[in-house]
Design a protein around this ligand. Structure first.
Ligand code: PGA
Length: 267
């Protein structure tokens, strides 16, 4: 495993999942401020990639701003339908996200799985829908506190990743996010060692299902109570290639500080 993870340089990805926060006007102000504060601070966007995941209603505004000002910030949606079009009231097609030049889409977030009863099968179909439209899925997996007690840390995330990739046969551009449910919004992040252990197990699944090359270049994020004060400790782990940030991603100063983790510690 170590050989696989250390042989390829993966560009770290910091992803801000806004959840149901910030309307389109707030989104414009936020993205402008984020871009300018990072530029002012001399951030190298090719060294640490920055992305935001606003609500659907903000995406067109964010697209317009990013493309007009050529901002080096990627964006995507927090979910996508598994269907391309048709009688699916309230759903959003991957085609529509691609038309708004989204680069990524979050799929299978635990809030979708738990609050909206999204199944592993739906997650797998959504991954296919994203890939067919050249969107990079950020596939979320993670165990609840009960799962952790009953099965240990990696069993459920590993099973969820296998299920999510059930229809993916060949080399694919994907991102995996390990988000222990008990760590989300709780202020109690996993330890860097816990995150590394599960990330390594997830990378082993990628090796098995998609081959060494894809596994070596696929980014695995950690998510769950990431803050500017703990991000660097996760980023030191060899199999952790970034973070999916919730609460701390809607505070511009805090999010910019997370993006600049290399500067506030001696990494
Ligand atoms: P949190 O959320 O950073 O607020 O814990 C992470 C997430 O749900 O993606």
């Amino acid at each position: 495993m170590a050989a696989v993870s250390s042989s390829v340089r993966r560009t770290p990805l910091i992803a801000g999942n806004w959840k149901m926060n910030l309307d389109h006007l707030q989104a414009i102000a936020f993205v402008q401020k984020l871009a300018w504060s990072l530029k002012d601070a001399g951030h190298d966007f090719s060294a640490v990639e920055v992305s935001v995941f606003p609500p659907y209603t903000d995406l067109r505004s964010v697209q317009t701003l990013v493309s007009a000002d050529k901002l080096p910030i990627a964006y995507g949606a927090q979910d996508v339908s598994e269907h391309a079009s048709g009688a699916f009231t309230g759903e959003i097609s991957a085609l529509f996200l691609a038309a708004l030049e989204c680069r990524y889409v979050i799929i299978g977030h635990s809030e979708r799985r738990i609050l909206h009863h999204e199944t592993d099968e739906q997650v797998s179909l959504k991954v296919v829908a994203a890939l067919e439209n050249n969107l990079t899925p950020i596939i979320c997996v993670g165990e609840t506190a009960d799962d952790l007690e009953t099965h240990g840390a990696s069993a459920v995330p590993v099973a969820q990743l296998r299920a999510a990739l059930a229809e993916v046969r060949s080399a694919a551009d994907i991102v995996v996010a390990y988000e222990p449910v008990w760590a989300i919004g709780s202020g109690q992040a996993a330890t860097p060692e816990q995150a590394e252990q599960v990330a390594a197990a997830l990378r082993a699944v990628l090796v098995e299902l998609l081959g060494e090359d894809v596994a070596a270049k696929t980014r695995i994020l950690y998510g769950g109570s990431v803050k500017s004060g703990n991000i660097a400790s996760f980023m030191r782990e060899p199999n952790v290639d970034g973070a999916l940030v919730g609460g701390a991603s809607i505070d511009v100063t805090e999010f910019a500080s997370i993006v600049r983790y290399q500067k506030h510690v001696g990494l």
